[in-house]
Design a protein around this ligand. Structure first.
Ligand code: NAP
Length: 495
């Protein structure tokens, strides 16, 4: 392979973004794909092409594995303090470049700049947190119950990791995996979503500048993810799959990983209930609802997907939510005033509209929004639906858009049982002034994460992940995130 140096830093503010082409990032250099093909990157606010990236083949994937394998021994032998300092530097550089990164995220993903800024801060935090955790990895030592030997447990890096991320948080979903993997001493191959590859490549430049040795992180983009990830997982040097994305693709990948008995972590889809009891602080519940529903314009796995509101507060909650949703400024992500940007693709808009129309046919009423927007960008208006029957499709499917369906409940038992009436179990929200009830309901809801009287649950310092069809394993948290990238080695010895 001959090195072809591509444009390294897209000038995201400049008019020449359309000419920017990014190569694959392999072994610390920028390469064209063997195919010489490219993937267009589209600005969802306009529907227009803004850049292109290399479209990797299986040969490119092998080059990534070779690079990760060559870099592995030295990286795993690098003192934790040194690894920690590089991670810390990644954090600092991300914060220094946060405006550039936020603009890039906003351009390729469409999210409002304010959301993109929030994402950069969240994404950078995974480096800071794991820089701190990198020097706190410890083992175990004990005596066997028989008294005949000692038990030493040493935690070792698992090896080469394949990391696959979605488009909805192009920076945070990547750093949530890369930072703990590097802290553990692993080398990685990142495959970002083809809709949002520019952020992943911009971050790769930052890792390099932070002093990360060549080959420790490799990034490849492809329009053909099935065969390429299958080829990577078939290579016996690869020992870990960490995936964030839809449950359907997660199931396919688990099948692929099973063939080669590869350790797998899965962060999958959600269908979060947002439960509001009569005694809730109405204004606080409305504030929380706007965050839980509208962060990223609803394109979040943790997004509130079903609002269960008790009868006594239902009308005032519906009226307050409608007022707030209807007042949101919809527009291009990069416009400073925008509060709700476009959806990722036209197909995503059509899916949202299909779900909304299905609910209306079955008896729901739109208090605001409810109809697809015309124009070249991929917009859907903030929508509040009331009298939504639980037979509608959106009660079971992720809406992934700015639509809030309200369902009415009477009793606590009803609320918990309806909240659990889904194959998913990622996040849930509960609003009540009665702390005992809040804790009881939190305990009864089948979800990996509960926000009690809060609209936001994500925190790098807390274990993020779901139960049921929402996933396997946890990211972030005190030891959870790093543990996913380590193997326990037990040594029996006598003295
Ligand atoms: P997706 O379609 O499952 O794609 C996710 C990633 O998988 C992308 O990089 C995609 O590549 C790749 N992919 C698609 N088909 C593949 C295949 N056959 N083999 C290997 N890789 C494949 O999900 P998405 O639409 O990007 O993201 C939205 C979903 O992610 C939602 O369900 C959301 O709930 C979930 N999500 C979960 C979490 C969490 O932490 N639990 C966080 C964020 C999002 P291409 O882009 O090239 O297709």
């Amino acid at each position: 392979m001959t090195v072809a140096q591509k444009t390294l830093t897209p000038d995201v503010n400049g008019p020449d973004i359309g000419a920017t082409t990014r190569g694959l990032y392999i072994n610390g250099s920028w390469w064209p794909a063997y195919s010489n093909q490219q993937i267009d990157v589209i600005d969802p606010s306009t529907g227009k092409r803004i850049a292109a990236v290399a479209d990797a083949t299986v040969e490119d994937a092998r080059a990534c594995i070779d690079a990760a394998a060559a870099a592995g021994p030295a990286w795993r032998a690098t003192p934790p303090r040194k690894r920690s300092e590089i991670l810390r530097r990644c954090f600092e550089l991300m914060i220094e470049r946060s405006e550039m990164l936020a603009t890039l995220i906003s351009m390729e993903n469409g999210k409002a700049l304010r959301d993109a800024r929030g994402e950069v801060a969240y994404a950078a935090e995974f480096f800071r947190w794991n820089a701190e955790e990198a020097v706190r990895i410890s083992g175990e030592f004990g005596i066997a119950p028989s008294g005949t030997n000692r038990i030493i447990v040493d935690y070792q890096p698992i090896g080469i990791c394949l990391l696959i991320t979605p488009w909805n948080f192009p920076a945070a979903m990547a750093t949530r995996k890369i930072a703990p993997a590097l802290a553990a001493g692993c080398t990685v191959i990142l495959k970002p979503a083809s809709e949002t590859p520019l952020t992943a490549y911009a971050l790769a430049s930052i890792y390099e500048e932070a002093g990360l040795p060549s080959g420790v992180v490799n990034v490849l983009t492809t329009s053909n993810p099935g065969p390429i990830t299958a080829a990577i997982l078939a290579d016996p040097r690869v020992r870990k799959l960490s995936f964030t994305g839809s449950t359907g693709v997660g199931r396919l990948l688990l099948g692929e990983a099973a063939k080669h008995v590869i350790s797998s972590s899965m962060e999958l889809g959600g269908n979060a209930p947002f439960v509001v009891f009569d005694d809730a602080d109405l204004e606080a519940a409305l504030d929380g609802a706007m965050i839980a529903k509208m962060r990223n314009a609803g394109e979040a796995c943790t997004a509130a997907n079903r609002f269960y509101v008790q009868s006594g507060i239902y009308d005032s909650f519906a009226e307050g939510l409608t007022r707030r949703m209807a007042a949101l400024k919809v527009g291009r992500g990069v416009d400073e005033q925008t509060e709700c940007g476009p959806m990722i693709t036209r197909k995503a808009v059509e899916k949202i509209d299909r779900l909304v129309q299905d609910s209306i046919i079955k008896g729901a009423r739109a208090l605001c929004g409810g109809e697809m927007s015309a124009g070249s960008g991929f917009f859907y208006p903030p929508t509040v639906l009331v009298d939504v029957p639980d037979t509608c499709e959106m009660a079971r499917e992720e809406i992934f858009g700015p639509v809030a369906p309200l369902y009415r409940f009477e009793t606590e038992e009803e609320a918990v049982s309806w909240a659990n009436n889904t194959e998913y179990g990622l996040a849930a929200y509960v609003y009540t002034r009665d702390l005992a009830r809040g804790l009881r309901v939190s305990s009864g809801i089948e979800a990996g994460m509960i926000a009690l009287n809060r609209g936001l649950v994500s925190d790098p310092a807390a274990p993020f992940g779901g139960v049921k069809q929402s996933g396997l394993g946890r990211e972030g948290g005190q030891h959870h995130g790093i543990a996913e990238f380590m193997e326990a080695k037990y040594i029996a010895t006598s003295f």
